[in-house]
Design a binder for this molecule. Structure first.
Ligand SMILES: [Zn+2]
Length: 281
């Protein structure tokens, strides 16, 4: 599933690509991809003739600011789910299978929502004074957009008995981190995934905040991670480059790059957790 670095890569590319463009029409093929709406028209009609004014992100969500024909603004929200991609094409170019929603622009380019497993979705929403979709208010601190609030958000874990990995995955506390980057972050910070939040000391919270910033920023620089399934693709269909830098995730049975022990894989709460038992305490 694409996480913060992959979505931020998309956001930056889309800002270059579609900012200021006028939408000729949006067309939906698969109701499940716009399941917050009861009809295709409810989604398509407001977008026809509208303009893309801004491309924002919170956690794993993209929030496009759309200027309507009637001079009002609203948000178009995109969540990629497991396998969603937003891909750019020239009109007439062959588009991939599983293209569920298409946005055709006045300049004869189009943006296509491709999603083989259909867990992703697009929906229209109101916009608030921060320029983000109203529905994204429920998300916690974004570690890249709000780095100065990160340590404070982490310190709130000290009231929780749950394992730190599950706290990192709770999008209402900190948003944008998923299973893969949580394992990389905890390896970098030297903390086991199942350490209860309340057992963490102040220097461990500081270390965790540092690890979150370092890992996510490095992954953004390398345009995110594409795993073996190659499901994560950027707007041009290219894969990311951070998967080759993973130190824990996906490295079961391989040598720990820090202590030369072996990386373990443990299943917990339906998730794979990769860790080094000697480096992570
Ligand atoms: Zn190790």
């Amino acid at each position: 599933m694409p996480e913060l670095p992959e979505i931020e890569t998309l956001r930056r590319d889309l800002s270059q690509l579609i900012l200021g463009k006028a939408i000729r029409r949006a067309s939906v093929r698969t109701p499940r991809s716009i399941r917050a709406h009861s009809t295709f028209e409810e989604f398509e009609e407001p977008l026809a003739g509208a303009t893309v004014l801004d491309v924002n992100r919170k956690g794993k969500f993209l929030s496009f600011t759309i200027g309507s024909r009637r001079d009002s603004t609203f948000a178009l929200v995109a969540h990629m789910g497991m396998t969603g991609q937003l891909r750019s094409f020239s009109l007439g170019e062959e588009i991939p299978k599983h293209a569920h929603v298409r946005f055709e622009f006045m300049d004869d380019t189009e943006l296509v929502f491709v999603d083989p497993r259909t867990f992703g979705q697009l929906y229209l929403d109101g916009i608030d004074e921060s320029g983000l979709a109203v529905s994204l208010r429920r998300l916690g601190v974004d570690p890249i957009n709000e780095p100065d609030r990160l340590l404070q958000a982490l310190k709130r874990f000290s009231g929780c008995g749950m394992g730190v990995k599950w706290l990192l995955l709770d999008q209402s506390k900190i948003c944008g981190i998923g299973n893969m980057y949580a394992d990389e972050i905890l390896f970098r910070a030297g903390i086991r995934f199942d350490r209860p939040g309340r057992s963490l000391k102040l220097d461990e919270f500081t270390g965790l905040a540092g690890a979150i910033g370092e890992i996510l920023n490095q992954a953004i620089v390398l345009r995110g991670s594409s795993l073996k399934d190659l499901q994560y693709r950027d707007v041009n269909g290219l894969i990311g480059g951070y998967q080759d830098r993973h130190q824990a995730y996906g490295r079961e049975g391989l040598e720990c790059l820090r202590c030369h022990g072996i990386i373990d894989r443990i299943f917990a709460k339906g998730r794979s957790c990769f860790l080094c038992r000697s480096c992570q305490r």
